[in-house]
Design a protein around this ligand. Structure first.
Ligand SMILES: [Zn+2]
Length: 222
């Protein structure tokens, strides 16, 4: 349970819940608030574009408590705590008096859940986005969208252009298969060379482009 600091003077200590219900922001507005929270490691991408926000709802037992459900990207990812705190802070700033962030670990997050916008922004930021689909057996973005497990990004067309054209044989953040050609985010050349299985963070590999000679990180399919 994560609770906002008491807001003295906003509501009386008695009957706070009905007052909160009367003045609480709409879920749609709060979704937009969370959609502005950036990923701490890749600030151009929001947590919604990353695909980790699973849902928000008012607590049935306490109508002034917002329950936020999040699926972390990787277990042990150091960014997760920062993301949780940022979501909480944004909600309090938007007028939510109490928020509880719950983690849902199943189905596990996969890079397939990133929106097409997120992948474009990654590339613009200088990070090669995950290429192809994650390991077979994972819940794909299409399926997750259909089941309502994840939400569509703003402005995203109902039918995703993602296609399972190639599957890269990786599980979790295990080493990449040798010879997988990753396109340089700067010049788009696929003449690239893997330098290290781990880049600035464990979820990325470090590459060098043999065409423009720039080094870059590759967000590994997961
Ligand atoms: Zn290049």
């Amino acid at each position: 349970m994560i609770e906002a600091p008491a807001r003295r003077g906003l509501h009386g200590s008695n009957g706070a819940a009905p007052a909160a219900v009367a003045t609480r922001p709409s879920l749609g507005a709060l979704w937009e608030v969370i959609a502005e929270v950036p990923d701490p490691e890749i600030p151009v991408v929001s947590v919604v574009e990353l695909g980790i926000l699973r849902g928000i709802e008012w607590d049935l037992a306490d109508a002034s408590t917002l329950v936020v459900t999040v699926t972390p990207t990787y277990s042990g990812c150091p960014a997760t705590d920062v993301i949780m705190a940022s979501i909480r802070d944004a909600l309090f700033a938007a007028g939510v008096t109490r928020a509880r962030i719950e983690t849902r670990l199943s189905p596990a997050w996969t890079t397939d859940w990133m929106t097409p916008d997120a992948k474009r922004k990654l590339r613009d930021y200088g990070i090669a986005p995950p290429d192809g689909m994650s390991a077979p057996g994972r819940l794909t973005r299409e399926t997750a969208l259909r089941r309502g497990e994840i939400a569509r990004g703003a402005g995203e067309a109902p039918t995703s252009s993602l296609a399972a054209t190639s599957r890269i044989d990786v599980a979790g953040i295990s080493p990449l298969r040798h010879g997988a050609a990753v396109a340089c985010p700067r010049c788009e050349s696929r003449r690239t060379q893997l330098l290290s299985q781990f880049g600035s963070t464990a979820c990325k590999a470090h590459y060098r482009c043999l065409a423009c000679l720039e080094p870059f990180d590759y967000f590994k399919p997961h």
